[in-house]
Write a protein that binds this ligand. Structure first.
Ligand SMILES: [Mn+2]
Length: 426
């Protein structure tokens, strides 16, 4: 399905007046607080979030999978879907590929297509959490951590291959997430598996191109339920330090136990210059992969408050790789991603409205009430006209979801692709 500029401009025309009124009103309000609205809009327009190739189809649970129909079943179609999202929102300017599910057959054609859709290739993701059809060794009992040297060697070689594929596409980073761990006490010697993992990561790191980064993701449980080798940010941070300057910790919102203070983790890592990437989703209990901001939007705002502070005050930390990492069980994946993108931009915009100097002043005199007021004043601002304005000036839709539904995009995709297509390699 191709979206034309005329689709967007004709749609925007219908609500441009109402938008202009709302934007002007908000601009006046913020002006009185000495906030430069245009700077915030510019920052929003620049903020781009990568879409992972696995988020474009219906996910599932171990109990079942319900297709959403019209899913992209090859890389070309996946790029088309992200291109559509980007055209509507002007916020999804990159795709993050999963290897081996999305190995390009024709690199030039894929690169040309990405260029025509205004998409970049973000981090490439390796997979040692499942066995591939022709694999010699099995990852049933772990990959980079395994006590069997041949299994570790296969997992290391896979990650090195992923880097080579990424290089051909223009990616600049590798994300390593490991399912490695134990389901039962006594299954693993903690020190052995951690040492093996460190040595394996160092072997991968050695082949990392100079201008690349390696992101080390952590997760406290699942698919292993007793222990995971890289269970928390501290373990990831330790491994990143052991590898070197190009290795960083990656924070995935869903990879924390309930009530973990994620904003504090973000802040600590940025102070140490070691936060490399960020995966967005939301959760109620664990790694639930639900729509960003659907359960805890205030927590997301607090996290963004620390991210903004770090981006403004921590030159030692590199620019971050932003990605949505979620799967969708019952929603149209594209609609869900649009809701997530909106929630991310909203939290970012609100964090940009925080009066940092007033907050610093209130903190210095221990005025706890004022500290909370400053944060919540920013959080309570309805910033949606700023988001719409950022989209409008970049050529996107004032209301992406309404246009998507108005054009009946999903029905068109079903007609083009059929009902029973499957996007992921699971
Ligand atoms: Mn993730």
């Amino acid at each position: 399905m191709k979206l034309y500029e005329s689709h967007i401009s004709e749609f925007n025309e219908k609500s441009i007046k109402e938008h202009q009124n709302q934007f002007d009103f908000l601009g006046d309000t913020l002006d009185k607080k000495n906030i430069n609205t245009l700077n915030v809009v510019d920052a929003l327009a620049k903020f781009q979030v990568a879409i992972p190739s696995w988020a474009l189809g219906a996910g599932g649970t171990r109990f079942g999978r319900f297709s959403y129909f019209g899913e992209p079943s090859n890389l070309t179609q996946k790029l088309d879907d992200v291109g559509l999202l980007h055209a509507l929102t002007q916020t999804a300017g990159a795709i993050s590929l999963h290897i081996p599910w999305d190995v390009p057959e024709d690199y030039n054609a894929i690169k040309e297509q990405a260029k025509s859709l205004n998409l970049k290739f973000d981090a490439v993701n390796s997979n040692t959490f499942q066995d591939q059809a022709n694999a010699k060794e099995s990852y049933k009992f772990g990959s980079l951590c395994n006590t069997d040297e041949a299994i570790r060697a296969q997992a290391i070689a896979h990650n090195q291959d992923v880097i080579k594929i990424g290089e051909k596409l223009g990616s600049k980073s590798l994300t390593v997430w490991l399912a490695d761990g134990a389901n039962f006490p006594g299954q693993n010697n903690f020190q052995t598996v951690l040492s093996n993992t460190e040595n394996s990561l160092k072997s991968i790191y050695k082949t990392l191109p100079d201008d690349w980064k390696m992101f080390i993701e952590y997760k406290p449980y699942e698919p292993n339920f007793y222990s995971t080798v890289i269970q928390d940010w501290g373990t990831s941070f330790m491994l990143a330090n052991a590898c070197g300057d190009k290795a960083y910790t990656l924070v995935d919102l869903g990879h924390h136990l309930p009530n973990t203070n994620i904003e504090q983790i973000v802040s600590t890592l940025m102070l140490k210059g070691k936060l490399g990437g960020f995966h967005f989703n939301d959760s109620k209990y664990g790694d639930d992969d639900v729509t960003v901001g659907s359960v805890k939007p205030y927590a997301l705002f607090l996290i963004f408050n620390e991210l903004v502070y770090g981006m403004q005050n921590n030159p030692q930390n590199p620019d971050l790789s932003w990605m949505i990492d979620a799967s969708h069980n019952i929603k149209d994946p594209l609609e869900d991603l649009m809701q997530s993108l909106e929630a991310i931009q909203e939290a970012y915009a609100k964090a940009l409205l925080v009066d940092q100097s007033a907050l610093k002043q209130a903190q210095s005199v221990h005025d706890v009430v004022a500290c909370q007021e400053i944060l919540q004043r920013a959080y309570r601002t309805d910033v949606r006209p700023l988001l719409a304005q950022a989209r409008l000036q970049s050529g996107g839709a004032l209301d992406p979801l309404a246009l998507y539904r108005g054009l009946d995009v999903r029905q068109t995709l079903i007609e083009e692709r059929g009902k029973h297509t499957i996007a992921s390699g699971l």
